[in-house]
Each structure stands twice: as structure tokens, then as C-alpha cells.
Design a protein around this ligand. Sequence first.
Ligand SMILES: [Zn+2]
Length: 322
Amino acid sequence: MAKAKYHYNSHTLKYEKIKPSTRTWALRILGFLTSSFACALLLFYVGFTFFDSPREKQLQREVDQMVLQYNLMQERMKRIDASLESMQDRDDNIYRVIFEADPIDPDIRKAGFGGVNRYKNLEHFSNSALMIETAKKLDYITKALYVQSKSYDELTDMAKSKAEMMASIPAIQPVDSRKGHAGVSGFGTRIHPVYKIRKMHAGIDFAAPAGTPIYATGNGKVEAAGVDGGYGRRVVIDHGYSYKTLYGHMSRFTVKVGQQVKRGDLIGYVGNTGISTGPHVHYEVRKNNQPVNPINFIYNDLTPAEYVAILDAASQENQSFD
Ligand SMILES: [Zn+2]
């Protein structure tokens, strides 16, 4: 209550109460309302800041629960990621090794999603960091699983063609050495039987009686069958997978250009045509048209002891039969 104000009336010699003007009344009421409003605001502020409403308490419990669930999801994703890594590891170091395929580029495996910020709608929340990290991890796992699944598709294709590849790549001797042959001269620098100089010998010579059958050493298609200079009568077979074989100095051949042959099919007979010092088959294996040592492609029908015997004979620096 405002204090009453008095003034001294020099005529009546009395203190007289001053009656407040309408303006003063208006100001007082306004002041009262303003301070009440300010008090109310302060009370609300204190109330809302330090004490939660039941609804807020409920919402807070829900947020806490969600944060907990996010953290649990992260834990589970860590375990999925570990399993995924083990799958990738086996893929690169076992399956791809079996099929002689290159491992998948780690950059492709680890690649994220570039370009636009995919996580913009998760920004500016109190738990943004947790939500964005979780979303990123989930995206990474999704992508890595996709790459892995594509890799398994590739492996399935390779497994399907592996049997065909194994049947095509040369793997036996062109003549049956177990029936006995007169000698073997190997791949590498050998003394030329006619010119008597050291010369690169691009194949293996299997000496055998004239007329001994010569077999295709892998499935393929006859690329050439005819006379070719020093090789005499020779057959070339294209096995696919960048492999070719050549059989030289035949007495005659029994296949035609374009004919499909299987491993072990008769293609001709041992002879002494071309530049040759005795009946033998000059056998070459070519990978990407480069001669490679045929000794590595004759293991299929040999016991280890037989293989070692041929290996020894072929590694002698003897004279070739050419
Ligand atoms: Zn030769």
C-alpha cells in the first residue's frame, strides 16, 4: 500500500492529505501489474528450469531409452563388422587364391559414400554425434556387404569355369613315356644337334620310336596342322586361357584345323620331319604366345617318381633333338 502523503496548509495551519491524481493512480496500477507479471515470469522460469513437468519427465525417459538403444546397436554393429572382416579376409586370402584371382582392392572395400552430406538431417540435435556415427557405420556395413556379395558372385562364376579351365590347361605328356622312350631333352639353353651351338630350346623333346601316338595334352581347338620349317609336320592347339601347345616333327597328323580335341585324344604320330636328328616329338607350351617350360605341365598322369625321373632327364644340359 502506497504511503499517504501530506502537505502543510499555511492558511488552515493543518496538515492535509494530498489526493493522488488520476495519472498517479494509473501509474500505480501499471507498476503493480508490471511487477506482478515480472514475478510470475520469474516463478515460471525457476519452475520450468529446475523442476520438470510429468510430460517432460516422460519424454526424458524416452530419450534416455533411445540413447541406450543406439549404444546397444553400435555394439551389435561392431560384432557384425568383425564377422564381415573375417569374410573379407577369407575371400581375399583363401577363395581368391584358389581361383588365382587378385584380391579386391582395399580402397573399394573401405569406400564410403562421397558427395552430398547424407547426414544433414541428423545435425543440430543433442545426440547428433551418436546418431550420425551410427548411421555412418550402418552405411559402411551395407556397402561392404554389397561388395562382398558381388565378390561371391564372381567366385561362383570362377568355380563354374574352373573345371573347364583345369581340363583345358596342358597337364599330361604328349607321348606315353611309361612305355619307354629313348630320351628327353629339356627346356632352356641346349646344344643344337645340327648346328652344334648353344641355343635356346623352347620345348621338351621326347624321343620315341617312329609311329608312337601323340596325344593332345589339354582340351582345345586345333589352330594349325601342317608343315612349318624346322618343326616339320606340326600341330598347334589353342587351349584358351592364353595357353597353346605345339607338337613338332610328326610323321603325320590326324586332326584338321578348327577341330575340337579333348585331353588324351590322338592327334598324330612321332616322326623325324623338319630339322631333327631322330624320331621324337618336340613339345612346346606357350602362355600368352611366350614359350614356358613344359615340365610344369606334365604332372597329371605321372607318379611323383616318374615325374622326378623326367625332371632329371630334362634338366641335363644335353644335346636337344630339336
Ligand atoms: Zn626340340
